[in-house]
Write a protein that binds this ligand. Structure first.
Ligand code: ADE
Length: 246
């Protein structure tokens, strides 16, 4: 998986993503993160990339030319065969980012992220290059960089080998529509609290059953809307119902 990020703040994206799990995956060659400074592509001799909006209004707009040329430089280097590489524009007006969208995007070989700043980007270049407009939540950020980093993190952990353990990213995602069960590690007693006895029993079937019940109860209490899509037995539905009433 190759991530290409068009941004005015390449250090922000690189510094943030070249650490921990994602940084290690990049070092191992499982993925690459390539930030492109839009400013490097401006034809303005003073390095300007923004201007006032026609018709007036607050703030400045990123101009079409440097954004398009930065995009073109990246797109021309990507050999995507016949299919057009997806260009994701981060914006609060976009479709809400979900785990399902992360899985779908994880299948791509290359992804281009376009991060806006100031009051936005000239609409004409967006019309020309953007394939997906995505929001990470119903709030407004100062720019698209943090949103791109959130998306890249969520997509990367679905790339085979990145998590580096036996679990796949999907197994513990929200796609099964159940939340994770609670987990405990040593010591057995801490602050007067004991680890649930079943986990100390060594009885794998009982542990698996307990964990599934805990997942159902938790989901019913914390995120009941996720249960609509979950595949539950009649007995499990009743358990969820009871948990919601508590
Ligand atoms: N840019 C500004 N706010 C955003 C949001 N909520 N999601 C994605 N990009 C953004």
């Amino acid at each position: 998986m190759h991530f290409h990020i068009l941004t005015l703040f390449p250090e922000m994206v690189c510094d943030g993503l070249h650490t921990s799990v994602i940084g290690r995956a990049a070092d191992q060659g499982l993925l690459s993160i390539h930030a492109v400074n839009i400013r490097d592509y401006t034809e303005n001799k003073h390095g300007k990339v923004d201007d006032y909006p026609y018709g007036g209004g607050a703030g400045m707009l990123m101009q079409a030319q440097p954004v398009y040329d930065a995009y073109k430089a990246v797109a021309d280097k990507i050999d995507s065969g016949t299919s057009k590489v997806r260009v994701i524009y981060l914006s609060p007006q976009g479709k809400l980012f979900t785990q399902q969208m992360a899985s779908e995007l994880a299948k791509e070989e290359n992804l281009i992220f376009l991060c806006g700043h100031y009051e936005g980007i000239d609409e004409r270049v967006l019309e020309e290059i953007v394939t997906d407009e995505v929001s990470i939540g119903n709030y407004v950020l100062t720019g698209g960089e943090l949103a791109a980093m959130v998306m890249i993190d969520a997509i990367s952990r679905l790339v085979p080998g990145v998590l580096g353990n036996q679990d796949s990213g999907v197994a513990e995602s929200l796609e099964g529509s159940l939340l994770e069960y609670p987990q405990y590690s040593r010591p057995e007693y801490w602050h007067g609290k004991q680890v649930p006895a079943v986990l100390m029993s060594g009885h794998h079937a009982n542990i698996a059953r307990w964990r599934r019940e805990q997942s159902i109860v938790r989901t019913a209490k914390k995120r009941p809307e996720l249960l609509e899509k979950a595949q539950l037995s009649e007995e499990e539905r009743a358990l969820a119902q009871r948990a919601r009433m508590e």
